[in-house]
Design a protein around this ligand. Structure first.
Ligand code: SAH
Length: 344
C-alpha cells in the first residue's frame, strides 16, 4: 500500500528520502510543492527529475480528500463531509467558521470517538481508527482549496479525542507550524481534551505554545462522571493537578469548557464549586449553552441561568464568557458532529 506523503514533517521526510537513497535536500522541495504551491500530483514537482517523480508516484500518495457533502449555515459556517480516500470508505467532518479575527477550522482527530460523553453526538459513532497526521493536515488544505480562504486558526474540537491520538496530532502540528509550509503558528492552534491526564503532563513537558482547552463541564465528580465516563479514570482532583502543572510549566492560560445543561450543572452550587476549583489559576471559562443531540437527555439552560452563572463567576474573580453559537442549523455546532452515513 502507498504511503501518504503528507504524513511527514520536514525532518521525517528527510529521513524517509534517505531511506530510499535520495538526497535529503529534496525534502524541502517536496514540502514547498505540497504546502506552498499546493500541487495535486508528483508530476507537477518540476524541479525534481522525471525519474524521482515516477519513483514517488509509485510509492506515495498526495492524500487529497474528496468532498462528499458541504452544508452552509445562515451564519456563513460551512460543514464539510470528506471521503478520506483510504479505500475503506471512511468519512470525516470538519467545520469552517468566521470570527472577527479571521477564519477558524474545527478539525477531527479520529474516525469515531472512544470517550463516550453522554451529551455529544460523536458518541454514537463506533471508533474505527486514529487519523494519520497527513489526514489532519489535509482537512485544512482541502477547505482552503475549496473555499479560496486562508485559514488563520485551528481548533482540535471536531470528532475524536486529540490526546488519544497524541503522536499524530503532534506530527500534524509540526507540519502546520512549519514556516516553509502552511505556517500557522502554535499560538493559533487549540487542543481540546476531555481530560486524559497523563497526556496533559506530556504536553506540559513539551512546552508547546498551543492553547489547551479542558472539557470540564461539571465542578463535582458525581455530575462529571454522569456526563463523561473519562472522569472515572481521571477524576476532577487529578485533572486539576495536571492542569496546575501545565500552567506552571508553560505559563499559559487554560481554557475550561463548560456546557450548561438545564437542572444538571447550571445552578449556583455548581458555580460556587467551580470558583473553588479554579481559584487562583491562570484560567478562562468558556460557557457553552449545551446543544441538544438526538435522543439526548440534556437540554440548554435558560438564557437567564447562563447569564447568572457567568456573572457569578466574573464576580468571584473567574473570567468567563459565553461562547457564540455558530452553525447549529446545519448540525455543525459544538458536539453536533457525527460522521454522516457511517460508510459511503
Ligand atoms: N474530545 C475533545 C474534543 C472534541 S469535543 C474534547 O472532549 O474536548 C469539542 C468540545 O465540544 C468539547 O468541549 C465537548 O465537550 C463539547 N461538546 C460536545 N458535545 C456538546 C454539546 N452537545 N453541546 C455543547 N458542547 C459540546
Amino acid at each position: 500500500m502507498k504511503k501518504n506523503i503528507k504524513n511527514y514533517n520536514l525532518d521525517s521526510l528527510k529521513e524517509e528520502l534517505k531511506s530510499i537513497n535520495e538526497k535529503p535536500f529534496r525534502a524541502e522541495q517536496i514540502f514547498t510543492w505540497l504546502y506552498r504551491d499546493r500541487v495535486s500530483s508528483f508530476n507537477e514537482m518540476t524541479n525534481l527529475s522525471l525519474e524521482l517523480r515516477k519513483k514517488l508516484e509509485e510509492s506515495y500518495t498526495i492524500g487529497e480528500f474528496k468532498i462528499v457533502r458541504k452544508l452552509e449555515s445562515i451564519d456563513g459556517t460551512k460543514k464539510y463531509l470528506f471521503d478520506v480516500q483510504d479505500g475503506e470508505g471512511n468519512l470525516i467532518e470538519s467545520v469552517l467558521m468566521q470570527y472577527h479575527h479571521g477564519y477558524t477550522i474545527c478539525v477531527s482527530s479520529q474516525i469515531g470517538c472512544k470517550m463516550g460523553c453522554k451529551f455529544c453526538a460523536s458518541t454514537g459513532i463506533p471508533f474505527s481508527r486514529n487519523l494519520e497526521s497527513g489526514e489532519i493536515v489535509e482537512q485544512i488544505l482541502a477547505i482552503e482549496r475549496d473555499s479560496g480562504i486562508k485559514i488563520s486558526n485551528i481548533v482540535f474540537m471536531g470528532i475524536g479525542e486529540p490526546l488519544d491520538n497524541y503522536n499524530n496530532v503532534m506530527e500534524a502540528i509540526a507540519i502546520l507550524n512549519n514556516p516553509k509550509g502552511i505556517n500557522i503558528g502554535a499560538r493559533h492552534i487549540s487542543i481540546s481534551t476531555s481530560g486524559i491526564v497523563p497526556k496533559i503532563y506530556e504536553l506540559a513537558d513539551r512546552q508547546m505554545q498551543c492553547t489547551l482547552s479542558i472539557s470540564l463541564h461539571a465542578s463535582n465528580n458525581t455530575t462529571r462522571s454522569s456526563m463523561m465516563p473519562v472522569n472515572d479514570a481521571y477524576p476532577i482532583e487529578e485533572l486539576m493537578k495536571a492542569c496546575k502543572y501545565y500552567i506552571e510549566k508553560t505559563n499559559k492560560r487554560i481554557s475550561f469548557e463548560y456546557a450548561l445543561a438545564k437542572d444538571n450543572n447550571d445552578n449556583l452550587e455548581d458555580a460556587k464549586d467551580l470558583v473553588k476549583l479554579l481559584h487562583g489559576m491562570l484560567a478562562h471559562v468558556n460557557l457553552i449553552p449545551i446543544n441538544k443531540i438526538e435522543d439526548g437527555k440534556y437540554t440548554k439552560s435558560t438564557n437567564e441561568n447562563i447569564i447568572k452563572f457567568r456573572d457569578y463567576l466574573n464576580d468571584h474573580g473567574i473570567v468567563a464568557t459565553i461562547r457564540r453559537e455558530l452553525g447549529s442549523d446545519i448540525s455543525a455546532a459544538c458536539g453536533q458532529l457525527r460522521r454522516q452515513n457511517l460508510k459511503k
